[in-house]
Design a protein around this ligand. Structure first.
Ligand code: ZN
Length: 507
């Protein structure tokens, strides 16, 4: 079969290893591997041998690491796998992401107790407490009404992170979203409304409930959370105080509390950092409690991180620094790492940034798998929910995943760009709804589709694209990973993790 010519123009940027803001700028196809049939046959046999000889991992996990790709549904995983392979000049379809290789896999049912297509608060509450709840509610049970303080009495749910602290383990929370945003908040806070991130974002009648930012700092269990890193700095600083990075702006708290100072005052050997230099200067052997807030709101998308004024660490760098601190505890640790902005890029209908952030998660998992002892560390990678993001059209093998569809000709060889019923090009990737809606049908120039800021076409006009309700995948490694099989309720994840805490239990 005549090989297809491929030109990959890589725009190298500082960032994740050898790649950064590469842009798949050519509309040409990528070559399929030579002798592929033979390779796949051998790979399949090897995979089968491994499965047959797979020993139960170790006996008992001491550590648990939960990675959450916010909005990383299966269509996102598939497209990111191809994208990551094509960034390295491969065809992409045959690629494997680091969290796919040799993983135990199950499907997770993500609905909230009051919503078929969930939000991030109800889903993360299920993973962290073992109980599903209503959309928008943070680690409180389903008896609570959204934002209704009169319904909260006695409805708090203890979280896995709190249990780990009580068990004497070290704990950490990392997110590229605000550290007070729904997913990380479910690890350490309890509130009937996910928007109550600061005192200034809470209604007056909610004075009985502490805001999420202050709950992170005033955390009452064990010897306190060891590591918290992400965005959201404005909710930790009073409005009287200038922001350390964006000096023309201030904090947004009304209660005059500087929570970053409270953190440093509360813990021995504690530190607060807000930029790359401060982060790099942290000596993990001398730092017991690290708070890192690298943006006033969410951290940068991976695609834009290199443009950040003061610089901010990557998801993988934050994860490695956290492990440097957490591994010092002989009793073990629990770490939650969220790629929080896959979700945001999808809401904006921008596949490029969603895929770049998914590959950033892949890199973070890869570095962790290479570092930790899989005989004593359970690693779980999952999503809280999916998005109405789809991959379609009969694109030829190796077609640029961000590009317009190029079908095969009648001999099954790469043909010409396909045209829709209006005679227009269309892309492989698209959204069922969102800001990419086009009132007037219009053509998409092949190069246009490859622009990092391109919004894929959406069928239903909405200001923000929505989550979707289909199942998501759970990938697992280490002691207990073999318990992830079949189709499970999302809350099942909590039960596997908490079984790990029950000393003397071996999987
Ligand atoms: Zn979302």
């Amino acid at each position: 079969m005549k090989h297809m010519k491929v030109i990959l123009t890589a725009l190298a940027f500082a960032g994740l290893g050898a790649w950064g803001q590469e842009k798949l700028s050519e509309t040409k196809q990528f070559p399929a591997p030579v002798n592929e049939a033979q390779d796949r046959f051998e790979n399949d046999v090897e995979t089968l041998d491994k499965a047959e000889n797979q020993k139960a991992f170790g006996t008992r996990p001491k550590n648990v690491i939960l990675f959450v790709g916010d909005g990383m549904g299966i269509s996102t995983v598939t497209a990111a796998r191809i994208f990551e392979g094509q960034l390295r000049g491969e065809s992409g379809e045959e690629n494997q992401l680091s969290f796919e290789k040799d993983a135990y896999v199950a499907l997770s049912k993500v609905y909230n107790t009051n919503q078929q297509t969930p939000d991030s608060a109800g889903t993360m509450t299920a993973m962290m407490t073992g109980a599903k709840t209503k959309a928008g509610v943070i680690s409180m049970n389903q008896n609570v009404l959204l934002g209704d303080v009169s319904t909260i009495q006695g409805n708090n749910l203890i979280t896995f992170l709190e249990m780990a602290e009580i068990a004497g383990k070290s704990t950490g929370v990392i997110s590229t979203a605000r550290i007070t945003h729904a997913t990380p908040a479910c690890c350490y806070a309890h509130t009937p409304h996910r928007d109550w991130e600061a005192d200034s974002t809470k209604p007056a009648e909610a004075s009985a409930v502490a805001d999420i930012a202050s709950q992170l700092i005033d955390f009452p269990y064990g010897n306190g959370i060891e590591v918290a890193m992400g965005g959201g700095r404005r909710y930790f600083l009073p409005k009287e105080k200038k922001d350390p990075e964006n000096v023309n702006q201030t904090g947004s708290r009304n209660d005059k509390r500087d929570l970053t100072q409270d953190w440093v005052n509360k813990y021995p050997n504690a530190a607060f950092v807000y930029d790359e230099a401060g982060f790099a200067a942290i000596d993990p052997s001398k730092t017991d409690h690290l708070l890192g807030l690298f943006e006033r709101s969410h951290m940068q998308y991976e695609a834009d991180r290199a443009n950040d004024t003061a610089g901010e660490p990557s998801l993988s760098e934050m994860t490695q620094k956290a492990l440097d601190i957490l591994e010092r505890n002989e009793k073990g640790y629990f770490l939650m790492v969220e790629a929080g902005r896959i979700d945001h890029a999808h809401h904006e209908g921008n596949a490029y940034r969603a895929l770049m952030d998914t590959v950033a998660l892949d890199r973070a998992v890869e570095a962790v798998k290479e570092r930790v002892d899989l005989n004593e560390t359970l690693i779980i990678i999952t999503a809280d929910h999916s998005h109405v993001f789809t991959m379609g059209g009969y694109a030829t093998r190796g077609n640029n995943i961000l590009g317009v569809v190029v079908e095969n000709d009648d001999r099954g060889l790469p043909g010409n760009p396909s045209k829709d019923a209006n005679g227009h090009h269309y892309t492989t990737l698209g959204y069922h709804n969102g800001p990419g809606y086009r009132a007037e049908a219009s053509d998409i120039e092949p190069e246009e589709a490859l622009d990092p800021d391109f919004h894929q076409v959406a069928a239903v006009p909405l200001g923000s694209e929505t989550h979707s309700g289909e199942d998501v995948a759970i990938f697992a490694f280490g002691p207990g990973a073999q318990l992830f099989r079949g189709v499970v309720e999302q809350s099942y994840i909590f039960h596997v993790m908490s079984r790990a805490l029950q000393s003397g239990i071996s999987f």
